[in-house]
Design a protein around this ligand. Structure first.
Ligand code: HEM
Length: 366
């Protein structure tokens, strides 16, 4: 940014410091309270995370809005992918930022830790807003810590905390990214059949059944090979393959009915080379990449915490590292991860029909 570097103003009078609100921003690190360098570093690190969280929340709402429209225009999918890429890069940056935090020694932290009282990252309402808008469900969380319940208690303490709770509660009413994605996946044309058209349910079911039969066949072939080789624990292996076949069935046909969104996802992942599916698959990949970067961000936080406070109880009263490690198991986009388990190599996929609607002249399977 060119121009002057001092003073406020607007339009052509605007300055760097004025535009960025630097005078306010740089007065928020408690220097007037005489904090040590270590503590200022602790504050600056948290504040920068929170600034990035603010951006992530905006980006996720934007992506959600794109996918939540009833007919997502082709040209809008690349836009969603761009925003997803930005969020992923922010999480990668944040995952690395724990390294700066690690320059704080355990003793250096203990020197000011008591002053934090019960304040903890657990009370980061932007982290919660981010999780809610992405679609992390309360049931998916570890049972002994309830962030929303905690905010309900905090809300009685100050107007700011009440406003934070109100914001979270109104976010809970919004469509989440995972919901928008699921409705979008549900509309995927499968074997040339469009959602809601005559005969769609039958076409999709026969596609899913053919896929499941081929998947079960892999297990049967593997068991036959092992039997021929005389492996010792054949019964255990057979039970494992049977469970995995049942798992595939439960994934695609929960309660015996085809889940069309999962079938659409399976179709996108299985026929990745079809031109019409190119952007959908890039979008799915971008979401998996985003969730992976978030999981790594959580993992690096846990390792940083282990290095600085060992296995102490957290200032927020959780089991500390054990709690943080449990949060690395969260998967918001569980279907996108789950589908990977049941994919088939191209030769085993059900033969593609109506390939022409995907911009593909042939009707063969590869
Ligand atoms: C010396 C540095 C840090 C230590 C020792 C630490 C420790 C902890 C611990 C033990 C928890 C679990 C809750 C509790 O009982 O308090 C936690 C949660 C959390 N921390 Fe940190 N933390 C540190 C730095 C940071 C920074 C720089 C951020 C950036 C905003 C941050 C964000 C969070 C968040 C968002 C949670 C909630 C995680 C969840 O519930 O999913 N922490 N932290």
């Amino acid at each position: 940014m060119g121009g002057g570097y001092s003073g406020g103003g607007s339009g052509s009078n605007r300055t760097y410091g004025g535009y960025l609100g630097l005078h306010d921003l740089l007065s928020l690190q408690r220097e007037d309270e005489g904090v040590s360098n270590d503590e200022m570093h602790f504050i600056v690190t948290h504040q920068t995370f929170e600034l990035w969280f603010k951006q992530v929340i905006r980006e996720v709402r934007e992506i959600r809005d794109i996918l939540a429209t009833e007919h997502v225009p082709e040209a809008h999918v690349p836009k969603a992918v761009e925003h997803l890429g930005r969020v992923t890069e922010i999480f990668r940056l944040l995952a690395n930022q724990w390294k700066v935090m690690e320059t704080l020694t355990p003793q250096g932290f203990l020197a000011f830790r008591d002053g934090l009282g019960t304040a903890s990252g657990f009370e980061s309402y932007q982290m919660r807003e981010m999780e809610i808008i992405l679609g992390l469900e309360t049931v998916g969380r570890t049972s002994d810590m309830d962030p929303l319940g905690h905010f309900r208690k905090l809300a009685t303490r100050s107007e700011e905390d009440a406003a934070a709770l109100a914001r979270l509660e109104s976010t809970l009413e919004e469509v989440t990214l995972v919901e928008a994605l699921t409705t979008w996946l549900e509309r995927t044309p499968i074997m040339g059949s469009f959602f809601g058209t005559d005969g769609d349910a039958e076409t999709v079911e026969s596609y899913v059944d053919a896929h499941l039969a081929a998947y079960a066949g892999i297990g049967e072939a593997a068991c036959a090979r092992m039997e021929a080789q005389g492996v010792d624990n054949l019964d255990a292996v057979k039970a494992r393959f049977a469970a995995s076949s049942q798992g595939a069935n439960d994934f695609l046909k929960p309660d015996g009915q085809v889940n069309r969104a999962r079938a659409g996802l399976l179709f996108i992942e299985s026929y990745r080379e079809l031109p019409l599916l190119a952007w959908p698959r890039v979008l799915v990949d971008a979401i998996v990449e985003l969730e992976e970067s978030m999981v790594l961000f959580r993992t690096h936080h846990a390792r940083m915490v282990e290095r600085i406070i060992g296995r102490r109880v957290g200032t927020g009263g959780s089991s500390g590292v054990d709690y943080l490690d449990a949060t690395t198991k969260y998967r918001i986009f569980g279907d996108l991860w789950g589908v990977r388990t049941i994919l088939l190599k191209p030769e085993l996929r059900p033969t593609l029909s109506n390939g022409e609607i995907y911009g593909f002249a042939g009707t063969g399977s590869d």
